[in-house]
Design a protein around this ligand. Structure first.
Ligand SMILES: [Zn+2]
Ligand SMILES: [Zn+2]
Length: 222
């Protein structure tokens, strides 16, 4: 299963990995080291050279402006983990529904993340015959797996979006996949709103929910 000659096999592998890691996150007991703030040089090095510049730029800006979602959880309660488990289970419910609607309208929906993944895997042979549906399943699987991996404390993936920033027009949009967040990393990006934090001495960055950028056909580059 290391190489894939067809996208249906790749979708299967992606879903199986998502299922395994979701289970791991369910069983995690609050000792996850997840550092959304300033990374150490070791973490940056471990993140791989390809993303280094991008990552340093983004995380540098984050440290000056962006507030990480889910900051300051109560002691002993990993709210980031809880949020991710909830979000991913909900998104899997929607994905299961979409798949059933398209290829197996008489099938009943299920009620847990693992069962929903099971349903989608079972229907993959049919899904594989519908190009746009298969692409949607693969994209969602990748997105949700990124969130789960972030929940498990793995280094967050930063992706460059092909679209331009709607405010400054630069190709400066980065998706922080683990947090489902898109941010403009152009330090000079300013909007017309006098009250916006982008005009502060230490400016906050403009950011959007990842969902705002998941319009059909929206292309991203790695
Ligand atoms: Zn911008
Ligand atoms: Zn602004």
């Amino acid at each position: 299963m290391s190489t894939h000659h067809n996208p249906t096999d790749a979708a299967y592998t992606g879903l199986a990995r998502l299922r395994d890691d979701y289970r791991l996150l369910t069983e995690a007991d609050g000792h996850i080291r997840r550092t959304p703030g300033l990374p150490t040089p070791e973490r940056l090095a471990a993140a791989g050279r390809a993303h280094l510049t991008d990552r340093a730029e983004t995380l540098g800006l984050l440290s000056r402006g962006l507030k990480p979602l889910g900051a300051s959880p109560a002691p002993g309660v990993d709210l980031v983990r809880v949020d991710i488990l909830t979000d991913v289970a909900l998104a899997l419910g929607e994905l299961e529904e979409a798949v059933i609607e398209r290829v197996a309208p008489t099938l009943a929906t299920t009620d847990t993340a693992a069962r929903r993944i099971g349903t989608i895997i079972k229907l993959l042979p049919k899904v594989g015959a519908v190009d746009d549906l298969l692409a949607h399943v693969r994209a969602e699987t990748r997105r949700l797996h990124n969130r789960v991996r972030y929940g498990l404390g793995e280094t967050e993936e930063v992706r460059t979006l092909a679209a331009r920033c709607p405010i400054c027009g630069a190709r400066s949009l980065r998706e922080l996949t683990g947090r489902d967040l898109v941010t403009c990393v152009n330090i000079a990006c300013r909007c017309d709103d006098d009250l916006c934090g982008c005009r502060d001495e230490t400016p906050t960055r403009h950011q959007w929910a990842g969902a705002d950028w998941r319009t059909p056909g929206m292309e991203m580059t790695a």
